[in-house]
Design a protein around this ligand. Structure first.
Ligand SMILES: Cc1cc2nc3c(=O)[nH]c(=O)nc-3n(C[C@H](O)[C@H](O)[C@H](O)COP(=O)(O)OP(=O)(O)OC[C@H]3O[C@@H](n4cnc5c(N)ncnc54)[C@H](O)[C@@H]3O)c2cc1C
Length: 669
């Protein structure tokens, strides 16, 4: 029954349906604890369990469908060792290093390239369809007839695979249950436990709050994997409309960063904040016409049927109308790495896909193209159209039901119909992804990009016993395949570590202090609620940490954030366990905000690779600042230092990617 119908029928709001037991302790013990049961966390759990470890997973939502990949996946990046691929792990890693000018995590990229295909193949064994088994696409240029694999973006180098992944989370969930993994849904992890309760000491577990019962969960573990995904709700916040039901997820609140920060771990690229085209009133992603990402290659026409061409990186047009599907080969030695892999745009030319005419905003303003524009599927070759509005939209995260099924039911037929690209300001058409640009979608919203924990070749953080995996906790990596692959790898490493580590009892004063912090909002009176607090945090980030930053504004921002948390934050109330979880997340968001502003203060030079601009240090790309800024929480204040971009092949590591992978990668190494 809908909320509205219930109130209409009964004349009252529903009562809280669970027994509330604030502070009651629930203790769980395992070899490995995985925090966050998205695709990375599930793979970490599966792998650790397969390696003989007892495993517990704490998930904010529900493992079966939770996280960004919960509703499915249609293309798997980084499967470069598949039998048809012309890309090697070395080439793949190099492409990311060049495209990010070194601001990525090459060890993670190399691990992904080495193991991405194996990780996908295991998904197939578990029950995910990764081949064109029914020969629907027989004869298509993106299909390999022998293996029946289907490729996306680059039909020549074949490094990204189209899959039928709508059921991927239920399949992983089932495997976890079969392996005896203990799953704790609806638990918001609030802190890491460290040996002796000391910051920077070995991690020995975590605490959490059950967002249905309010119980206090104490997880004791020999090794911990954090896989809590990206950070949302920090630069924009409009939960009542569709913003967070779309590309991000309300549960992605940066808590995974905050808990590591408080435990003393080091982070990289926290100052890397990119402007995105997200407005407060977006259309649901993929629901309107665009020609990027999953919709790459879709012909675009204006209201008079005039074609908007795709251009190569040298500015020349790609083929005739509708011929994007057999684009010119990339530059010598290059290949296309596709979209959505955690890189600032533009990707280095050698690896960049053709794109829609970048001058389109000016041409619209001059009247050369007449709005509205449309995505014209009718001009696509039959099999391409089926692959796109069928395979991909039918399996892509969050599009199977709202777009593919509903549009089809409502009569949309890509053989005959076009999808409207929301009209509006010509500038909205900057870049080819207009799903969030409709209406007032000028580039007005920011989000962190590529930031994450500093890791070694085991994907262990600088705090012993703490490993990370997934779409963003590992600095510089991005997509679904990468998340699963780093999850699998981190799970293996955590299981290995747990073989020799001992269980340690949590420090009672650390537990008490955390309980005090977590339950303060249920005792608070007369304060504000979590939504107001979240909005205020966002406002501070928007005002004091925009794309162009300076020392005095950043320092004011940190001051404002601390004042907000010390005043309104300390008096904020929660009237049920759900609100309590959301408030605790706000405390974490404030931490992440401070991390970003502190790291931004420390980088005293503008940097084009990070889209980082300091108005008080306007000189771009000075060699002295061509390095990572590492940041951690010291005794009381943030401590920062510089780290060379190639730290992963310097002492104590071996000088090549392959040597390090051999040294650290294997379970028995
Ligand atoms: C609509 C959409 C479509 C996409 N399509 C593709 C695609 O086709 N191909 C592709 O490669 N990528 C795609 N992506 C990106 C891909 O889904 C993500 O990169 C990937 O899911 C990241 O995995 P993850 O496990 O790191 O994070 P997530 O899947 O987001 O999982 C993180 C989990 O951590 C949990 N969590 C957070 N905080 C806490 C806490 N404090 N305590 C406990 N649990 C917590 C969350 O509830 C969540 O379940 C898509 C993303 C979206 C949103």
């Amino acid at each position: 029954m809908l909320w509205y119908d219930y109130i209409k029928k009964t004349g009252k709001v529903p009562e809280w349906p669970y027994k509330v037991e604030y502070g009651k302790e629930k203790v769980v013990e395992s070899d490995v604890l995985v925090i966050g049961g998205g695709v990375a966390g599930c793979r970490a759990a599966i792998e650790a369990a397969r390696r003989g470890a007892s495993v517990a997973v704490a998930e904010r939502g529900s493992v079966k469908r939770g996280g960004q990949g919960g509703a499915g996946v249609d293309h798997w990046h980084g499967a470069v060792t598949n039998p048809c691929s012309k890309v090697t792990p070395e080439m793949y890693t190099q492409a990311f290093i060049e495209s990010s000018k070194g601001y990525t995590n090459p060890s993670a990229r190399y691990i992904i390239a080495k193991e991405g295909w194996d990780t996908l193949r295991e998904c197939e064994d578990m029950g995910v369809q990764i081949r064109d088994e029914d020969d629907i696409f027989k004869g298509a240029p993106f299909r390999d007839e022998e293996t029946k694999l289907l490729f996306a973006y680059d039909y020549e180098s074949r490094n990204c695979i189209r899959i039928f992944g709508h059921n991927i989370k239920p399949v992983l969930h089932k495997t976890m249950l079969e392996l005896g993994v203990s799953i704790y849904n609806r638990v918001c992890i609030t802190s890491l436990l460290t040996e002796g309760g000391k910051r920077g000491a070995r991690v020995i577990g975590a605490t959490g709050v059950n967002t249905r019962t309010g119980e206090f969960c104490v997880f004791k573990a020999k090794a911990v994997v954090i896989s809590t995904g990206r950070v949302g709700r920090l630069f924009n916040f409009s939960p009542e409309v569709n913003q967070f039901s779309s590309m991000l997820d309300m549960n992605l609140s940066g808590q995974g960063f905050s808990i590591g920060w408080r435990a003393g771990a080091e982070f990289l690229m926290m100052e890397s904040v990119g402007v995105r085209g997200a407005s407060e009133n977006n259309y649901v992603p993929y629901s309107t016409g665009n020609c990027s990402n999953t919709y790459f290659g879709t012909p675009i026409v204006d209201s008079e049927g005039r074609e908007v061409p795709y251009l190569k990186t040298d500015g020349s047009r790609v083929g005739e109308y509708g011929e994007i599907f057999e684009p010119e080969k990339p530059e010598e030695g290059g290949f296309y790495i596709g979209v959505g892999v955690g890189l600032h745009q533009p990707i280095a030319k050698k690896y960049r896909l053709p794109d829609i005419d970048p001058d389109i905003p000016n041409k619209i303003a001059r009247g050369e193209y007449k709005l509205p524009l449309y995505a014209d599927f009718t001009k696509m070759p039959e099999l391409e159209r089926r692959a796109l509005f069928g395979l991909m939209i039918g399996n892509e995260g969050k599009t199977r039901v709202p777009i593919y099924r509903n549009y089809t039911r409502w009569g949309f037929d890509p053989d005959k119909d076009m999808l409207l690209c929301p009209p509006g300001e010509p500038m909205n058409f900057r870049g080819s992804c207009w799903w969030s640009g409709g209406g007032k979608g000028v580039l007005n919203s920011m989000s962190i990009l590529g930031s994450g924990y500093l890791t070694d070749w085991r994907l262990q953080t600088t705090v012993e016993g703490l490993f990370v995996a997934g779409g963003q906790p590992v600095n510089g990596s991005g997509c679904h395949g990468e998340a699963q692959t780093t999850g699998r790898y981190a799970g293996r490493q955590a299981a290995k570590y747990s073989r020799t580590a001992h269980h340690a009892e949590p420090d009672p004063s650390q537990l008490e202090a955390e309980k005090e912090r977590c339950y303060a909002p249920v005792r608070a009176e007369g304060g504000i609620g979590w939504k107001e607090l979240n909005s205020a945090i966002v406002r501070i980030m928007e005002d004091y940490c925009s794309q162009h930053r300076s020392e005095n504004v950043l320092k004011l921002g940190i001051k404002r954030m601390r004042e907000l948390m010390a005043n309104e934050g300390s008096r904020a109330y929660a009237s049920n366990p759900h609100e309590l979880g959301r408030l605790i997340e706000c405390f974490g968001l404030a931490d992440v905000g401070e991390m970003i502003m502190e790291a931004s203060l420390a980088r005293r030079g503008s940097n084009s690779a990070l889209s980082f601009y300091r108005t008080d240090y306007p000189n771009l790309d000075e060699p002295e600042w061509d390095c990572f800024i590492s940041i951690k929480l010291g005794e009381n204040e943030a401590e920062t230092s510089k780290l060379p971009l190639d730290y992963y092949v310097r002492e104590p590591y071996a000088p090549t990617l392959q040597e390090n992978y051999s040294l650290y990668g294997a379970f028995d190494a």
